[in-house]
Design a protein. Structure first.
Length: 452
């Protein structure tokens, strides 16, 4: 593999874009509101330091050591330390998870594109909560419209990905990430002009430990893992493009910092808009596609800033989708000796086809099933969500920690990480060997309740 980041700054932009996803928008604000604002933030920041950053460093270090797709990376590293070649299954689990997420992320991102245009045209102006609910229901029940927007987003993603790191991904993030951050800053300044801003700051940052339950701690642990894009092969793949002189620990902290700051600013915007509009804080699609349009409609220049909010979501989804496509494409190129453009076409076509299955899950192919005692009603869409968020990603994260902590030679990892001061290395190692696997295993067993 000859691809390399042109500079550490480009890596930070790309990796930061990969980490900033829908979790920052439609899950983090609701969790902070539910579990005591600042109390939840304190636990979340600790979880990022204990779980997120060490695993992020590990994925970058393993990726740079292997300089290949996740599958070949683990195969190469296992042979180098004379471990069982079956460890390569970790890479395959990551690639499968990335592919499945890409397929349904594209469908949801298609909804966001449609809503960006609708917001700009003023279609949501004057609608009641019932009217907005009807708008969203009509979209997800219309396979033809969803197919169009899904196809648009997948095409956007694969056209960029097919041009490689230097001529595709870096060109995109050079413009989209500053635009994304600028939009977020503008929305935050707008939020600061609203009457509810001071209340939003208090709700987000003042700790209320009476609301912080055990489930809140588990939610913070889960958020620290999923928000950084861990376990899906994307961060490991981005690590494969790092130069030998890159400071992995510093870069990991910066990427985590970008993700945290984004989540905080998004939460301030969401709280300020919802509180000012008299709308309750919720999560998931209902927050983005119903609560936010309803609240913005009651505010000055709401139509303009709602359009900006959806545009921000499109950019976040775009950079995340390219990160998910990258390990799949590189593996296809290695496995079948094909060019990057052909692997992009094959990856895109496969994810697009699986996305069609997701679209049909909302209407004609819908069926229900039980998982851990919880009824799921959206057919294959729920099946893929269970497979990825509740099985593949956390298990991959656990196995990565165990492989790096117990199977990799200490000298190899010391050289890759170059941690200073010296005592940080044993702390990192024992985090991977014991702390992170135990914590993720606990989260793993409670995930069905967290995602209920």
């Amino acid at each position: 593999m000859h691809e390399r980041w042109s500079s550490p700054a480009m890596f930070v932009l790309a990796a930061g874009g990969a980490a900033i996803g829908f979790n920052n928008f439609w899950q983090f604000p609701q969790l902070a509101a539910q579990y005591g604002g600042g109390a939840y933030l304190i636990v979340y920041l600790l979880c990022v330091l204990v779980i997120g950053v060490p695993l992020l460093m590990t994925e970058y270090a393993l990726g740079r050591s292997g300089r290949a797709s996740p599958v070949l990376t683990f195969h190469f590293l296992a042979s180098r330390v004379r471990a069982d070649p079956a460890w390569a299954v970790i890479g395959m689990m990551g690639i499968l998870g990335a592919f499945l997420i890409l397929s349904y992320l594209s469908v949801i991102a298609g909804w966001v594109i449609a809503y960006t245009l609708r917001a700009g045209l003023g279609i949501f102006s004057g609608l009641t909560a019932d009217g907005l609910n009807a708008q969203f229901s009509q979209l997800v029940k219309d396979p033809e419209k969803q197919l169009f927007w899904h196809t648009c987003f997948m095409t956007m993603t694969m056209v960029v990905a097919s041009h490689g790191v230097r001529h595709g991904l870096e060109v995109l993030v050079r413009y989209t990430m500053p635009l994304l951050l600028a939009l977020l800053l503008v929305l935050t300044v707008y939020a600061a002009t609203l009457d509810a801003f001071s209340h939003s700051v208090s709700a987000l940052f003042l700790p209320d430990f009476s609301k912080l339950s055990g489930m809140g701690v588990l939610a913070a642990m889960s958020q620290a893992f999923f928000s950084l894009g861990l376990g899906a092969g994307a961060m490991l793949m981005y690590g494969a493009y790092l130069g030998a002189d890159a400071n992995i620990a510093r870069l990991s902290l910066i990427v985590a910092g970008v993700d945290i700051v984004t989540a905080l600013f998004v939460s301030l915007v969401v709280f300020s808009v919802l509180f000012s509009g008299g709308v309750a804080v919720t999560s998931g699609p209902s927050l983005v596609f119903q609560a936010m349009p309803l609240a913005f409609d009651h505010l000055p220049y709401g139509r303009v800033f709602l359009t900006g909010f959806f545009a921000l979501l499109v950019l976040a989804a775009w950079t995340s989708a390219i990160a998910l496509a990258e390990p799949v494409m590189v593996w296809l190129s290695e496995r079948f000796s094909m060019s990057l453009r052909r692997s992009a076409l094959l990856c895109g076509a496969g994810a697009w086809a699986l996305g069609v299955v997701t679209i049909l899950s909302f209407n004609t192919w819908a069926f229900s099933f039980k998982f851990s005692g919880i009824v799921k009603q959206l057919g294959f869409f729920d099946v893929m969500q269970v497979l990825t968020a509740q099985l593949l990603l956390p298990l991959t994260g656990i196995l990565i920690a165990l492989f790096a902590g117990w199977r990799m030679k200490p000298d190899m990892m010391r050289e890759a990480l170059r941690l200073r001061p010296f005592w940080l290395y044993p702390v990192w190692v024992w985090s991977l060997r014991v702390v992170i696997p135990v914590l993720l295993l606990i989260v793993f067993f409670y995930l069905p309740e967290l995602f209920a």
